[in-house]
Ligand binder design. Structure first.
Ligand code: BG6
Length: 369
């Protein structure tokens, strides 16, 4: 069943181009998004949405955080992302103008299910992003947009994550068209970027071996930090989550801008830090700021592993290692930058002799609150 791969996780990591391709399949027609599943949500209703609340747990919540940047930029609707278990117990402000979007690979996560039910009781309309046909959360929601990542067996989520971002991006672009916040030309541009992701994912996967060498070299590491900014921030947190889940190593993801407000105190000689570097072309303002963060931590002895766009030479003098991702518009970088982090965590766990498919204490779908 592993199709010749060493683990389900390795197989699922390699299936990411397909997961995105299948999630987009049939949903982009003539440079337009077509989501028949949302038929019940008429254009009028989508125009009336004042606020979107995304609820999810774990990796799915990080997919939601990535999508927040895109949906706000494209559709100009405020988006908040909340952990399902926090959402439900804090008397959230919900009304008929709030759209609640839940994200769950399994569609069975109890925390998220209870949050969806609660949102419905409070009068909100609900859409579920789910990878499992006929699961409970989609059945409890007003509509479902399925991700077509195929069954995910490994506990740590990989291909479902990229498929979730792809589905949320489709939804965001649909919303932008309905609300008239993007021109037809801008829409077509973003859709072309989205459709180019699978091929770029193939390129990133081609570097798996190099990431593996890096992981073996770091097998004794006790703590790893991850920095990112803008859409790179949730990716930093996802990289840290993967490392905790799989390799049982203490890991934290930070917003790079927050470094000077605390985390820089953690930097001591030899501390490995992954930095997700925004594109110098796409993020001309943020790129130099992140490069200067790298200089700051390097000056304090950090070992810097930069994940940077192909051709970005500014990181070279300061990074100990550079992992390259293909050129993409800023909002599409997370879909690529996450891959080396997944592979790193998996390889490090393997180097420690751990079971990457079934990490200790974790379950694929947590059906208790
Ligand atoms: C956790 C899994 O318990 O549940 C994570 O270990 C997953 O990998 C999270 O991201 C949410 O699961 P789901 O099925 O709701 O996406």
């Amino acid at each position: 069943e592993k199709g010749g791969w060493s683990s389900f996780m390795r197989k699922e990591v390699s299936e990411q181009p397909e997961a995105v391709r299948n999630t987009l399949l049939g949903r982009v027609v003539d440079h337009q998004v077509v989501i028949p599943e949302l038929a019940d949500f008429g254009d009028e209703e989508l125009r009336a949405v004042r606020r979107i609340t995304v609820i999810a747990c774990g990796t799915a919540a990080y997919a939601g955080m990535v999508a927040k940047y895109a949906i706000e930029q494209w559709a100009r609707v405020p988006v908040e992302v909340e952990l399902s278990h926090e959402f439900r117990y804090r008397e959230p402000v919900l009304d008929a103008d709030t759209l609640v979007v839940s994200i769950s690979q399994s569609g069975e996560t109890m925390d998220t299910l209870m949050a969806v039910k609660y949102a419905r009781e409070m009068g909100a309309r609900t859409i579920s992003i789910c990878n499992t046909q006929g699961a409970t959360i989609p059945r409890e929601s007003h509509a479902v947009v399925y991700t077509h990542a195929g069954p995910e067996v490994a506990v740590a989520s990989t291909k479902a994550f990229v498929a979730q971002i792809a589905a949320l991006y489709l939804f965001g672009l649909h919303l932008a068209r309905v609300r008239g916040t993007l021109t037809a030309e801008q829409l077509a541009e973003q859709l072309a970027e989205l459709q180019a992701v699978p091929e770029k994912l193939e390129t990133v996967l081609g570097q798996a071996e190099r990431v593996g060498e890096l992981a073996h070299w770091m097998a004794d590491t006790r703590s790893v930090l991850f920095l990112g900014r803008h859409v790179g921030y949730p990716i930093a947190m996802e990289g840290a989550l993967k490392l905790k889940e799989l390799a049982y190593i203490h890991a934290e993801g930070f917003a790079a801008g927050e470094l000077k407000h605390g985390p820089i105190a953690l930097i001591e000689p030899g501390q490995p830090v992954f930095v997700v570097v925004p594109s110098p072309r796409g993020s001309a303002t943020l790129h130099p700021k992140v490069v200067s963060n790298i200089q700051e931590i390097r000056a304090r002895g950090a070992r810097v592993i930069a994940i940077a766009e192909a051709g970005d030479a500014a990181v070279l003098p300061f990074a100990d290692e550079v992992l390259r991702i293909p050129l993409a518009a800023p909002l599409f970088e997370p879909l690529l930058a996450v891959v080396p982090l997944q592979i790193f965590a998996m390889e490090l766990a393997q180097a420690k002799g751990l079971d990457v498919d079934q990490p200790r204490n974790l379950a694929k779908s947590v059906t208790v609150e």
